[in-house]
Write a protein that binds this ligand. Sequence first.
Ligand SMILES: Cc1ncc(COP(=O)(O)O)c(C=O)c1O
Length: 419
Amino acid sequence: MKDLFEKIYKDKGPLGKWASQAEGYFVFPKLEGEISNRMKFQGKEVITWSINDYLGLANHPEIRKVDAEAAAQYGSAYPMGARMMSGHTDLHEKLQDELASFVSKEAAYLLNFGYQGMVSTIDALVAKDDIIVYDVDAHACIIDGVRLHMGKRFTYKHNDVESLEKNLERATKMAEQTGGGILVISEGVFGMRGEQGRLKEIVALKEKFNFRLFVDDAHGFGTLGVTGAGAGEEQGVQKDIDVYFATFAKSLASTGAFIAGDQEIIDYLKYNLRSQMFAKSLQMQLVVGALKRLDMLKTMPELKAKLWENVNTLQSGLKERGFDIGTTQSCVTPVYLKGSIPEAMALVKDLRENYGIFCSIVVYPVIPKGMILLRLIPTATHTLEDVKETLAAFESIRERLENGTYKRLSAAVMAAMGE
Ligand SMILES: Cc1ncc(COP(=O)(O)O)c(C=O)c1O
């Protein structure tokens, strides 16, 4: 009989197989210092474009103070147990009420982690005879939630409303046979390329089809809409989103998440979300910290205004210089270049070592072969000087990419990394 671990010894998985070349630099890099526009990477200062601290709350002195006081008052244990058993408090309820009111929903429920919470919410919303229709480029947490579903599911082409409509026709026929309903899942903002989910057009399909809409607005919450309530507010369809999700891990710069919707639906979820029923309650310092962060989000519009000043300056500067930034409609700023994976590695090394720019890099198989995606996340802590330096650096690395410098360097990079 085969040893269970045999396959692990042989195959480290699609990402793990690159570990010896990439770990510590391209993956699992260690960014040091306080979370901000400039941090340290391998001892050198870099402009940090890879952290979703959109509003710059992570290291805001008022936040640091509230976090520290809450930790001193409650420690990191309280409350113990799951919400349902012994982990419930007034402050959990207060935070839920404030979140619900902020996103214009009747009720909200806290989740310990966005990822698990999404998986569990999908699981709780559908039964075997229901059908899920979701965007093919959905975040892993949506894909994992759908994996738990025992019934039928269809993907539609990324942000393609015509494809959604076709799949809704199929789903409707199937639902008529099974006697179930339909759940459509989209993101408010797709985090890799930055497009907003076409929520307005999806909602318009409710005229023709009978479905409920679940939106993961991880990147929209705090960054989009007049008040920062997210992609639904931005597109004027918040009330038509049946279940709204956002995480604290981005604009609120913390840990935790929530879902919001009609009271009866949230009450149902409260009693049926397995990831919350069978896991410890969100710890108090995170609850107190989220209350403070939400308050700042609501009362300090200048944070979002500064974020967007940086986003607009960066995105228009890139476009003016002829860079392809795709179809982003959010703060997420992708820059598409042409090159091989070794070239991409040499380019990123050059950006980090010689230009002091730290951004994430995405290559095949996430995007087509021969393409390099550099992903920049502006925040309210960046300065216009950071943007200026970055634009100059990008012009310079593009020239080096085009004149073959990285082709030559890539051989040396691979050798230095033990290839
Ligand atoms: C679209 C989206 N959904 C859900 C999550 C998961 O949230 P959390 O980090 O709170 O688990 C993320 C990433 O953080 C995300 O980008």
